[in-house]
Ligand binder design. Structure first.
Ligand code: SF4
Ligand code: SF4
Length: 107
């Protein structure tokens, strides 16, 4: 399992770098401006803190076989006070799980 950052969406706000408890994310300078980057993909344990803090849904999460199967992805979209978790697996319909942000850490 690991996160991946969509550089095309990232606006370089730095929130994810502050949210990661393992200090795994950093900001790099690119031609398009600041962008978040993962220091070491293997060190990520998938807490999703970075995803929850990203204001533009630029961080995706790739699910391992134990929780979703190879090729499955999870992205998060924030609307109002809800998190909408989108889970996609090739060849299957997308599943969306909606959770009130105030209760997000109870699951
Ligand atoms: S999922 Fe958690 S451990 Fe992994 S990069 Fe994001 S905040 Fe850090
Ligand atoms: S929180 Fe999102 S937009 Fe901000 S730096 Fe991280 S990936 Fe980019």
């Amino acid at each position: 399992m690991s996160i991946r950052i969509d550089e095309g969406r990232c606006i370089g706000c730095g929130r994810c770098t502050e949210a990661c408890p393992g200090n795994l994310l950093l900001l790099k300078q690119t031609e398009a401006g600041r962008r978040a980057e993962m220091r070491e993909v293997r060190d990520c344990w998938g807490c999703t803190a970075c995803m929850k803090t990203c204001p533009v849904s630029a961080i995706g999460y790739f699910l391992g076989a134990d929780v979703g199967g190879n090729g499955s992805t999870m992205t998060m979209e924030q609307k109002s006070h809800f998190y909408h978790w989108h889970i996609s697996k090739p060849g299957q319909d997308e599943v969306v799980i909606t959770i009130d942000r105030e209760n997000a850490n109870q699951y």
